[in-house]
Each structure stands twice: as structure tokens, then as C-alpha cells.
Write a protein that binds this ligand. Structure first.
Ligand code: GLN
Length: 470
């Protein structure tokens, strides 16, 4: 039999049902894998000492791991920031609670870019994460620890969060599945806020089927989140006859040739499966990055105002309250977070609000309207998840180049849409390329059904790796 840590959620569920494995064996196998692989990868910030899990439910005995952006009652939660170094939440995020109610048990909390700001996991205050495919490279971000943990077989499933690509892009870099549901489908209650109008909990798995199994467990209205939706997503449509658009703006300048080739091959595979694939255009894409970064930073400056040294986390002493607050925020926020707070505060300030924040809101409306029109003609859009494959750690240091790498993912959040990234090939260095399927709001089941069909046709080898080796 295959090593236990190589099994997917679906396979573990089957093995538990037919009693070929016990919860105790599974728990021990994943913890042993973490002991062996994580010293090379650095995905876990906190491990949950609890064995074996005893929770009852349909998924009882299946372990998972959690991006450190989700609050866990009694378990340290840092959001990758020194300002929350000592924060132990008194409550649990709804999505975590739902998994626990289904019987799943947490192996621990995973590394991330500080407050989910980044795409390389190099802005975590507690150190970087190495990509299991190639330890010299970044795992992507901001859910880099989640993608790396799943890619290395340290957890069969991890929760991530996606504000502008943070589930899909690391999934693409590490060669796993990343799913960002429609905004509002999964509760944000207990997810440490970055940009509330864009933040979405998401899933990282080693099979689309696992995401299909877990989505209904995670979704549903939550009275603690006023933006959470009451309705269920629409039923899945079959791939046959599905109209799939290839927006040309996602295959243009800055997109690596090998990425284009792999994604266009996936387009051909969809055609072979009976989809009607054709070229289309989304001209508003050129505004996506400035609109996203203006709005995300504006919301962040407001959300992060709560870290004042009084109510949460760390405090640096000062002569008076103002001095204390300044010293606390100066000492305990990282450089990237401070850059974004300043940028966000600037674009919201009197005199600049209309020119930047309001204008960005109008841009967002135009981008949403363009998607609405596109989804009249198409059921899904197919694009690269990232213009490039995983880069070497330390190689991108200027913020603008880093932000530019988010070009394929941010519009999806501006539209509140549903999207999945699945591995569709490798570049000449052997690094995974992600294909992104985008669907309209509430078409999550169709996105996943098409991703599952594509995944099966591609036949990707998800065998967990550490340094590229099984
Ligand atoms: N890289 C983007 C940013 O830094 C997206 C991050 C995210 O989705 N949390 O804002």
C-alpha cells in the first residue's frame, strides 16, 4: 500500500470506512511526515499536540492544517506578524469550526506572508517557506505554508485565504489544487482581515475531488459574517458543450512562453472533452493591478488600525499613549505591511480620496461589469494562474515587480468570482504551471466539475515531494 501521507482526503475517508486504516495510524503518519519534511520546508508555525483525534463526524480521523490567518481557540494565531506574536484567540473561525464539527482534526498552523500581503511567503515575520518542488524557490503566497504543506504530504488538505490570488498562485507554484470560492460562500468570521471586500477562505488539496468533497462542509450562511450568502451555488454543468473563453489579455506580454504553451494545451484538452473553446477579450484587465492594490491597501489601512498596542498583541512602551502606539506599530509591523498601511492611508486621505480611492472603486465596477458581460457569452474562462513559475527565493525584491506577478488572479477577487487553479504541465526546469478556470459568482460547482475533468485528462502526478523527490 502507498505511504499513508500520500493519500488524499477522499482516499483517507475510504480507508477509514473500510477499516484498512485507523485514525491513530493516519495521525501518526502525518506527524511523522511533518517531522521528516518540515525541517527542509518551514511550513508550520505552530503544531497542535493532540493525539489521536477523537472528534466524531463524517470526516472523523482525517487531519488538516490551517493558514495562520484563521483564529483557533486556545491555539496561537499570528497572521505571520510579530504584532500578533503572543495572540491566543478566545474563539475559532467558522470554517475551522465546520471542519471540526465534521470530525477533522488540525495538525497545526501554517506560515504565510504577514497579514496575507505578498505572493512569495517572504514577508512572514517568522521566516520564509521553501517550495517542496525545489527548495531554492518560493512556494508562492500568501498561503505559501498551506500550498507547501499539501505539496509535501504534510497534510492532505489545508485552509488558505485568497484576497488577490493567495490560494491559487501558491497552488500553481507548488503543483497542487487551489480553489477560491465565490465571495460570501465561505464565512470570513475568524479570518484575520486584510481587505474585507476581497478576502475569501479557500482550499488547497491534491485532487479536485477533495475540494468538491469539502466545499459543502465549509460553506453555508453564518450569522457572524454579514456578507455570508444564504443560497447554495448552482448545480454543476457538464464539460460537454461548455463555452470556455481564453481572454487574450492573460496570454500577453510578461507571460512566460512555457506557461502559455502549457495552458493552451489545457485549452485543447478541454476542447477534446467537448467544450467549445474560443478567444475573447477583457480590455479592463489593464486596470486590474492598480485598482486592486489601491483598494486592498485602503481596506488594509483601516483593518490594521486595530493593532494599537492596547487591545491586541504586542506593545512597545512609550512616554504617552501616542508614543506607545507609534513605537508599537513601528516595531512590530514588517516593512511590506507598513508600506501598504501608508499607501492605503494616503489614498483615503482628504484631497486624494476622489483621485485614487473613488476612482479605483469606479474601476472595480467597470471590471465587474465586463465580467458580467463575458459570462453571458461564456460559462468559464481559462487563463494562466501566474504569468511565471516559482522564482528563486530572494530574487524579487522591488514591490512593483512583485505586485505585477498578481496580474492573472486579482480581477477574480474584484469580481467576487469563483476560480480554481490546477497543475497543467511543467516548464523546462520541471516547475509546475497552473491553469486557472474562472466562473461567475455561484458557478463554483461548474468550475470544480470542469477542473476535475481537466485534471483527469491531464493525469497529473500529485505524489508528495520534498526538494523535488518523493
Ligand atoms: N499578492 C496579493 C497581495 O499581496 C494577494 C494576496 C492575497 O491574496 N492575500 O495583496
Amino acid at each position: 500500500m502507498a505511504e499513508i501521507y500520500t493519500l488524499t482526503v477522499t482516499e483517507l475517508k475510504q480507508a477509514l470506512a473500510d477499516k484498512s486504516l485507523s485514525a491513530k495510524e493516519i495521525w501518526a503518519a502525518f506527524n511523522a511526515r511533518i517531522d521528516a519534511a518540515d525541517p527542509h520546508i518551514g511550513a508550520f508555525l505552530t503544531r497542535t499536540e493532540q493525539s489521536p483525534p477523537t472528534l466524531e463526524g463524517p470526516l472523523s480521523g482525517i487531519p488538516f492544517a490551517i493558514k495562520d490567518a484563521f483564529c483557533t481557540n486556545g491555539v496561537r494565531t499570528t497572521a505571520g506578524s510579530r504584532i500578533l506574536d503572543n495572540f491566543v484567540p478566545p474563539y475559532t473561525a467558522t470554517v475551522v469550526e465546520r471542519l471540526e464539527q465534521a470530525g477533522m482534526a488540525s495538525l497545526g498552523k501554517l506560515s504565510m506572508d504577514e497579514f496575507a500581503m505578498g505572493n512569495a511567503n517572504e514577508h512572514c515575520a517568522f521566516g520564509p517557506v521553501c517550495n517542496p518542488q525545489d527548495l531554492a524557490r518560493v512556494p508562492g503566497g500568501s498561503s505559501g505554508g498551506s500550498a507547501a504543506a499539501v505539496a509535501a504530504g504534510m497534510a492532505p488538505f489545508a485552509l488558505g485565504s485568497d484576497t488577490g490570488g493567495s490560494v491559487r498562485q501558491p497552488a500553481a507554484f507548488c503543483g497542487v489544487v487551489g480553489f477560491k470560492p465565490t465571495y460570501g460562500l465561505l464565512s470570513r468570521y475568524g479570518l484575520i482581515a486584510y481587505a474585507s471586500s476581497l478576502d475569501t477562505p479557500g482550499l488547497l488539496t491534491r485532487s479536485v475531488k477533495d475540494a468538491q468533497l469539502l466545499l459543502p462542509v465549509l460553506s453555508g450562511h453564518d450569522r457572524h459574517d454579514s456578507t455570508s450568502l444564504a443560497e447554495a451555488p448552482a448545480p454543476a454543468r457538464s464539460v460537454k458543450g461548455l463555452r470556455v473563453g481564453l481572454p487574450k489579455e492573460y496570454f500577453g506580454e510578461g507571460v512566460a512562453q512555457e506557461v502559455k504553451v502549457a495552458v493552451l494545451r489545457a485549452a485543447q484538452t478541454l476542447r477534446d472533452l467537448g467544450a467549445e473553446v474560443s478567444d475573447c477579450s477583457l480590455p479592463m484587465t489593464k486596470y486590474a493591478l492598480p485598482v486592486y492594490y489601491l483598494l486592498a491597501c485602503a481596506e488594509a489601512s483601516s483593518n490594521l488600525a486595530r493593532y494599537d498596542g492596547v487591545r491586541y498583541g504586542m506593545r512597545a512602551e512609550g512616554a504617552d499613549w501616542s508614543d506607545m502606539m507609534t513605537k508599537t506599530r513601528t516595531t512590530y509591523f514588517g516593512e511590506e505591511v507598513k508600506r501598504r498601511i501608508m499607501l492605503g492611508t494616503f489614498v483615503l486621505s482628504a484631497g486624494y480620496y476622489d483621485a485614487y480611492y473613488l476612482k479605483a472603486q469606479k474601476g472595480r465596477t467597470l471590471i465587474r461589469a465586463e465580467f458580467d458581460r463575458a459570462f453571458e457569452a461564456y460559462d468559464l474562462l481559462l487563463t494562466p494562474t501566474s504569468p511565471v513559475t516559482a522564482w528563486e527565493r530572494g530574487s524579487i525584491t522591488d514591490p512593483i515587480s512583485a505586485y505585477a506577478a498578481d496580474i492573472c488572479t486579482v480581477s477574480v477577487n474584484l469580481g467576487g468570482l469563483s476560480a480554481a487553479s490546477i497543475p497543467c504541465g511543467r516548464d523546462s526546469l520541471g516547475l509546475p504551471v497552473g491553469a486557472q478556470l474562472i466562473g461567475n459568482r455561484m458557478s463554483d460547482n461548474t468550475v470544480l466539475a470542469a477542473a476535475a475533468a481537466l485534471e483527469e485528462a491531464i493525469g497529473w502526478d500529485y505524489t508528495p515531494v520534498c526538494g523535488g523527490k518523493a
